[in-house]
Design a protein. Structure first.
Length: 460
């Protein structure tokens, strides 16, 4: 497959972001170049009949999403149409490429290994960063800099240890990691799209099932030990992020793995140690000093997202314009979608998740108990675990447009294409019953959030 090498390189640059640290790499627009090469490789694969041109069932929803975002921004902020078009096209394109350029389980395994290895590299970078001594960092006060700066080498334990060497300068007291990364108020993080500790912890957790599925295809002793080691490394890396949501996602994906592997009864017995594990994860670093204030601020942000939906129920406030109406984003992907894109946009975005879940569930049902289709069954179970963790985690994250979200949407498309390549008669369609169920889920889920947020907001 001609699309596979540039796609793997693209994933490396999306996750690791070396172009943001090494000045030599800034000469070439690597992301755009690799997007172009992957797309070119995909077209060559179609031309040579390596890949079937028929897209996955997600693609019509993705196209509709792009169109609606353009309509919304065209009405709410016409001057931002071009910038929005490029940004939205790119995150949808990576979802399309992952989901439609891979049509074999060998290619899917290659991408799965790539993502798992990248996640392990990030986990080890996180551990390294968290274990470094703190030092004074002169803050970069430019408008586009978020808690970044230049370390001056002076050791510190708190901000007041960093005396003001320059008039008007501001200092942080943080740990410095690989490639110039630094903690944020003591919380471990990475850079680029993973500069938020919560985004990072969830991304590390949902990658574990991709490693488990490779082990389950050929469960040798070495592979089992590698999975155990990866689980431990991920656990150790999540703790210094101090992300409560990430900790829950971690336990959730492990629980899903045990459920698929051993069944409900055995999983409940084996899962009993998860209770003390959760307590260890929560208590090992103690409660964050700002935990209560953070939770209250999150409720205010979500209440304001609902307020914006009430003001602009059809168009929303426009892509990436929520902070024009409130000081922070929604910290909830479901409410961010309805706030920025209105009810039609949220309906389409929810539709992408709905058709993705249906694809994975149908693939599992279609392949269960068939030895010749074991790989498809294992991949469907792994991605169901990843997506369960993902869609739980984004209740606390503004993840609608995040590259990681759309990469996992694409992985579900890839397993569909690979399954269909082996079984051409297999189809996943969107029926009248699906329209009704999807509408009910969208309305019910948003309604539940509205009731909950209104109740919590009144208690502030």
């Amino acid at each position: 497959m001609f699309a596979l090498p540039p796609l793997i390189a693209l994933l490396f640059f999306v996750y690791i972001r070396p172009q943001e640290h090494y000045e030599q790499l800034t000469v070439v627009p690597w992301l755009h170049l690799l997007f172009g090469l992957a797309l070119l490789g995909h077209f060559i694969d179609i031309k040579l009949a390596i890949t079937r041109p028929k897209p996955s069932p997600q693609v019509p929803w993705m196209v509709a999403f792009f169109v609606w975002v353009m309509i919304s921004i065209g009405i709410r902020a016409p001057g931002d149409v071009m910038g929005t078009a490029v940004a939205v096209f790119l995150f949808l394109l990576i979802g399309y490429l992952v989901g439609n350029a891979l049509t074999t389980f060998r290619g899917l395994n290659a991408v799965g290994v790539t993502i798992a290895v990248l996640a392990m590299a990030l986990a080890m970078a996180t551990i390294y960063q968290a274990r470094q001594p703190k030092q004074c960092v002169k803050a970069d006060l430019s408008a586009d800099a978020e808690h970044s700066g230049t370390p001056d080498g002076r050791p510190c334990q708190r901000i007041r240890d960093c005396s003001q060497l320059e008039p008007g300068a501001r200092y942080y007291c943080e740990s410095i990691g690989v490639m110039g990364t630094m903690t944020v108020y003591g919380r471990a993080r990475y850079r680029g799209i993973l500069k938020d500790p919560n985004d990072l912890s969830m991304t590390l957790s949902i990658a574990l099932p991709l490693l488990f599925v490779l082990m389950r295809q050929n469960p040798t002793r070495t592979r089992i030990l590698l999975c155990i080691a990866a689980s431990v490394i991920t656990f150790i890396s999540i703790v210094p992020t101090q992300s409560r949501g990430g900790q829950l996602v971690y336990v959730g994906v492990l629980a899903m793995h045990f459920l698929w592997r051993f069944g409900m009864k055995t999983s409940m017995i084996a899962g009993a140690p998860a209770v003390p594990l959760m307590l260890v994860m929560i208590l090992v670093r103690g409660k964050r000093a700002d935990a209560d204030a953070s939770a209250d601020e999150r409720i205010r942000c979500q209440w304001n997202a609902l307020r914006m939906f009430g003001m602009f129920p059809v168009t929303g406030v426009g892509y990436n314009h929520i902070t024009d109406h409130w000081k922070q984003t929604a910290h909830n992907a479901y409410l961010l979608a309805v706030a920025e894109l209105g009810l039609p946009g949220a309906f389409i975005w929810f539709g992408v998740s709905y058709i993705t879940a249906k694809m994975l569930l149908q693939i599992r049902a279609h392949t269960k108990g068939r030895p010749e289709a074991k790989v498809a069954q294992l991949w469907s179970e792994a991605l169901l675990a990843s997506h369960a963790g993902l869609h739980f985690g984004i209740m606390f994250l503004s993840f609608c447009y995040h590259f990681i979200y759309w990469i996992y949407i694409g992985l579900a498309g890839a397993i569909y294409k690979a399954t269909k390549a082996h079984d051409p008669d297999f189809e996943v369609t969107f029926t009248k019953q699906d329209w009704a169920l999807h509408s009910a889920i969208t309305a019910g889920w948003l309604g539940l959030w509205k009731v909950f947020i209104e109740w919590k907001y009144r208690k502030l």
